[in-house]
Design a protein around this ligand. Sequence first.
Ligand code: SF4
Length: 394
Amino acid sequence: TSATRSPHPEMTHVPGTDRDQAVSELKFRDPVRARALIEALGRRTAELGRAPVSVMHVCGSHEQAIAKFGIRSTFPGGLNVIMGPGCPVCITDTPEVDEGVVLARQGVHIATYGDMVRVPGTSMSLADAQAEGAKIHVIYSAPQAVELARSTSDQVVFFATGFETTAVATAAVVLGGLPPNLSILSAHKYIPPVMEIVAEMPGTRVEGFLAAGHAATITGSAVFEPFVARHRLPVVVAGFEPLDILAGLVKLVELIRDRTPQVVNMFPRCVTRDGNLRAQEQLWRVFRPTGGRWRGIAHVPNGNLRLRDEFRSIDARRRFTIDLASLWDHAPSALTQSCICGDIMAGLSSPTDCTLFGQECTPEKPVGACMVSNEGACKIWHQYGGHPDLGGDA
Ligand code: SF4
């Protein structure tokens, strides 16, 4: 393992033999190191000597870890850690869900990842369509869509969602050759362009980004360098264990304090500067980036991944006629219009700012997409008891 590399001094300062140290360095939940990092985070934030500093992570897995391990309650009062548009289910736009619903109601089998099934479309979700008799299949990996298609002579559509982490898996099965009855409805998204949108958003408070380690494993940390050069905002790549997140935040606040915007890789046991070149080659051989809407955010230039023309024969949008007007006669409900999921993903609001949070909107009866997905900020905050207020600095 490469765990002997340590991205931050506080992660390795516990004394011991070489062997003890190697073993202890695998303890990414070690309370002694966590306490040292928490203290370092408090000191660095205080050294800023000014009003609260806001940083954003763009990853539902980061928010899950922060909530699950109670890390938010350890943040110093001057540090505001915001969850951005990092939930792939949440940012899948309503018309994209509608496309899946229309195809499902035409009798096509739809294979998709679990959380997508309950995400509201304009008038219904895939789960609603299933209740009417549509054939919806929850899968856990792209190859399962291939297996499903091989098990039937009916048409199967893989409603492919998620960021570059899942898009590379879709690309791999496409390049492996699909059964003739399988096509792809791509709603894949690409993270780096949406960071530009957030950075340029009027009223944004974000002074630095914590980038998701799993996506950077594919893209490499260098993908963020043009962003940093353009916006003069630091980006720190971090993993998902408590010590990864704390060490990443310490480094991020240091970069803000020192006014040294740069990309720092704090997840070197998985991420390299160039990333996984073979996966990138497959990704861009199959997909092209194009502008499109992200739910609640805006039009994101180059934020959507669509199949290249040479794969038109397996593109569900070309194989089938998708008549969205048949769904759009139905206006969204008043409750859906009250959802502030978009503001939450843009970092402008928190789940508890929503008047429906925990009342009309719960994981059992979600109103908006942020309450559906395990990576959605509202679902995570609801699951772990909302925003902890422990009365000031930890
Ligand atoms: Fe939308 Fe529900 Fe979150 Fe409110 S609590 S923003 S309605 S998902």
